[in-house]
Design a protein around this ligand. Sequence first.
Ligand SMILES: [Zn+2]
Ligand SMILES: [Zn+2]
Length: 403
Amino acid sequence: MHTLFADLHIHIGRSGDDRPVKITASRDLTFEGICRECVDRKGVQVAGVIDCASPAVIADIEHLVETGEMEPLSGGGLRYRSELVVLLGAELETHEEGGGLSHHVCYLPDVPTLKRFSADMARKVTNMQLSSQQCHMPANLLAKEVLSREGLFVPAHAFTPHKSLYGSCAARMAEMFEEEVLAGIPAIELGLSADTSLADRLSELSGLSFLSNSDAHSLPKIAREYNILKMPEASFAGLRAALEGRGEAGVLGNFGLDPRLGKYHRTFCEVCDEVVLEPPPTFECSRCAGDKVTRGVLDRIVSIADREESRSPGHRPPYRHQVPLEFVPGLGSVKLNALLNRFGTEMNVLHEADEDEIAQVVGSKIARLILHAREGRLAMSAGGGGRFGKALPKADDQLPLGL
Ligand SMILES: [Zn+2]
Ligand SMILES: [Zn+2]
């Protein structure tokens, strides 16, 4: 068994021929740039690269295989410089008959299967070069396409308001997927504004694994959220075993943003330009008495939950909250870089380094805030409407839970 750090949702900004893949993503987010960042700075051991069905990215992958930088694994996936397992993914947008849009991550076992998938999808997708494109079919059909190719199908950021399974399509998975398809879906991705305790208020998720992935659009954001996976082998087959929880395999840990810091945690009034005041669930704003709002993930989950209290099944690992350094009040880029230079990685600063050592680099006030963040004692105001939440400098600024 292998116990590995995995971030399974990383976007590509540009292909090697310098054409954009994800317009909003940063230029240095190339296939090889991602691999290097995972190995050299992040300590990520399994990377799901999510724009691999783009023909120009396939060309990049084939080039890396030809030069020997990457090698195909017998259990599926590729190995980069003997240090990183790369899984071949594609995120696609599906369209329900009732109009709901949702994103899904599809992992394909190997390059030949990926190439066939890409060619077949190119008939449905307007521009296959670009990331997260609409494939003009309902999620059930896309899932069938993926499952019939021995791929893995995972609903992405499952609760976000605009484009997700629960956020904009359905209150129950059975409304979207046929029974046999549903049986083939091993996991959902929680997204930055939700965590395990929120998702486990839906009893239908008890049998599924949860993934906490970064959805990174730039190199520094890789591993902002990540998972610890226990896999019988470091490969695509190993990922399948982990997500399906076969034998000893499984998801051993989820690490992610405190959901209050996520961009869609609470319902947000577009008129008042602020998060709503009422406790969840609310989809109206009492300040302006309007309903021009962006629904919050917390509000949505509370409104569709079939459990009053969260109840996690025995296989569910702990979800460890983390507050990335960029959220720590008063910690600008100069001090942040000083910390990275001293401790190597953000993970070390967030979870390992002791307060005195941190204080030597950035002073005692910020060191204390980082420790408070580590202990979950930092006060926060919730994000919403596409804006991240904020960590607050004083513990007595604590707002009621969820606000
Ligand atoms: Zn997405
Ligand atoms: Zn309002």
